[in-house]
Design a protein around this ligand. Sequence first.
Ligand SMILES: [Zn+2]
Length: 232
Amino acid sequence: MITKPGEDWLTVEFHCHTRYSRDSSNRVEALIHEARVRGIDRLAITDHNTIAGALKAKALAPDLIIVGEEILTQQGELLAYFLTEEIPARLSADETIARLRAQNAFIAVPHPFDRHRHGWKMDDLLRILPRVDAIEVFNSRSFRRALNDKALFFARQHGMPAIAGSDAHSLVEVGFARTLLPPFADADGLREVVAHSVIHAKRLSGWAHIKANMGVALGRVAANFGKTEESA
Ligand SMILES: [Zn+2]
């Protein structure tokens, strides 16, 4: 059991996928249930380049869900929270950030140095840094611990707030990485409190990673058998 620094603090899962991401088998309803069972107070759904699943979840559990998106830009991936409009993939990072800021979204850089997963070149990262709100310093799916350590070191070095994400593609992983924060209700509120973040996180081990991916693949096969995307 994790002890919160304050009674009213929130346990936040900042990085989570649903079936609306092609590489996840998580049904929206199951994900909501799992988050509640595991004591998550705020669940950010960050599907790849779509907010459809997050909007569906928000309608089902408005108190729990933060509408997010993991957006592929030409320079690397970005995480964004409290979106009202979906951002398409493969725009330049500058254009993506401009569109996100126009809707006052909270912006973070996921797994910044994981080059296998659309990580950033240092020059590009440094250039966007003044326009982002936080760095994901811990990603439970980063195969190498050193990549997380490097992200944490980078965030500290540049005075950037830190968040963590399980990057859950299967239900088992929900809540692997938790960020504890004082209460917040929107992007501005999150900006005010994010510097106080306390992270409790564990990595998905190599074998568990393989099992989770196998589960995702099997889940998708089962889920797609005779069903439409409507039931995602
Ligand atoms: Zn992700």
